[in-house]
Design a protein around this ligand. Structure first.
Ligand SMILES: Cc1cc2nc3c(=O)[nH]c(=O)nc-3n(C[C@H](O)[C@H](O)[C@H](O)COP(=O)(O)OP(=O)(O)OC[C@H]3O[C@@H](n4cnc5c(N)ncnc54)[C@H](O)[C@@H]3O)c2cc1C
Length: 328
């Protein structure tokens, strides 16, 4: 049996933020991830300035491509407007590897299947044992599955589904475009240019609202690609997109139970207005690490439920995404 004080399952932004914080507090950990890094992660790769400041990243020190947008070209119900704000784009395949290496954690490739609570901690697949366990395995996290799911089943009204494609493309328009609620999409479509000649395009929406309307995310992908061609943002139909789902934040759930933590997408923490998941993953990871390291953390600090700071746009977007949920 391989014994470590702390094991983190999943080396995405949540897991690597936790490992980085543990290292800074003088604690070691082992990260288990089913994939060897660099690994692909479906994600538009938009990050906020808060992600950089939480992780103490100076953009000029980041060794890969990072773009900064000083405004977002946005439309809501086809009404165009420009939103002044500073935001960034990165490529997850680069960012996640860099964060993982920067965390200084020991990493092993292992597909976790079974997690058991035992009197002195946790056992993983009969091979690993730890006193503190952090579940950071994303939507399908095995820690969630084994130890939380029966008591805290996922709320399907909070499930966001997305289709996206990131590919090399010599884009001409360096703006980030977002289309909210277009063609009845309970969500938004995006065009996010990346440094070094990459482009990420995609659509995301709430699964239950699409189902209620007998609509599909694939229809919105087709509409998006036609719109991008019509607007001259791309010149031909791109390849096939890939899909993934994750959960927006619902009612507060227990943040930790003693030495057991669930962070990031494993816990369903994406914001209720913009479906932002990286920032909450990082914040919840930092917090879990502080608790494990014995810091006096008494309340949840896993980030805000909203990405936007102004209340009116927050609420309009929350309503757009979570109608059934709000009515319930
Ligand atoms: C199409 C799409 C676009 C998105 N765009 C954005 C965006 O632009 N900005 C934003 O903030 N958020 C975005 N999100 C959400 C964001 O990607 C996630 O919220 C974020 O990746 C969560 O980080 P995490 O570390 O919790 O999980 P993940 O990044 O999913 O990492 C989980 C890790 O756990 C590992 N793992 C899973 N199962 C096992 C297992 N059984 N054993 C061992 N390891 C395992 C995985 O290999 C993975 O490396 C988007 C999501 C999608 C689907």
């Amino acid at each position: 049996m391989i014994q470590r004080d702390t094991i983190i399952v999943g080396g995405g932004p949540a897991g690597s933020a936790a490992a980085w914080q543990l290292h800074k507090l003088g604690k070691q950990c082992l990260i288990l991830d089913q994939q060897a890094f660099p690994r692909e992660k479906l994600c538009a790769g938009w990050i906020t300035p808060e992600v950089l400041s939480d992780l103490q990243i100076d953009p000029s020190d980041y060794p890969h491509g990072l773009m900064t947008f000083e405004n977002l070209q946005t439309s809501f119900w086809r009404l165009p407007f420009s939103l002044t704000t500073t935001q960034h784009s990165i490529r997850r395949i680069e960012f996640d590897l860099w964060l993982l290496e920067r965390s200084c954690a020991e990493v092993a490739v292992h597909n976790v299947r079974q997690v058991r609570q035992v009197p002195d901690g946790f056992e993983i697949d009969g091979k690993y044992h730890c006193e503190n366990l952090i579940g950071a395995g994303g939507t399908g996290c095995p820690v969630y599955r084994s130890l939380f799911r029966s008591e805290y089943p996922r709320d399907k009204t909070l499930q966001a589904v997305a289709l996206e494609l990131e590919y090399p493309y010599s884009w001409q328009d360096a703006n980030c475009h977002l289309w909210f609620a277009c063609n009845g999409l309970p969500g938004y479509a995006w065009y996010v240019p990346k440094a070094n000649g990459y482009l990420n395009i995609g659509v995301g929406g709430m699964a239950h609202l699409l189902k209620v309307k007998n609509d599909t995310i694939h229809r919105h992908w087709d509409l998006l690609t036609k719109r991008l061609i019509a607007q001259g943002l791309i010149d031909e139909l791109p390849g096939q997109p890939r899909g993934y789902s994750y959960y927006l934040r619902g009612q507060r759930k227990p943040v930790w139970a003693g030495n057991l933590h669930l962070i990031g997408d494993a816990r369903g923490l994406a914001t209720r207005d913009l479906c932002e998941g990286i920032g909450p993953a990082v914040r919840s990871g930092l917090q879990a690490a502080r608790v494990v390291a014995g810091s006096n953390v008494t309340q949840a600090m896993d980030g805000d439920a909203f990405s936007l700071t102004r209340r009116l746009p927050q609420r309009i977007l929350e309503w757009q995404f979570l109608r059934t949920h709000l009515a319930a």
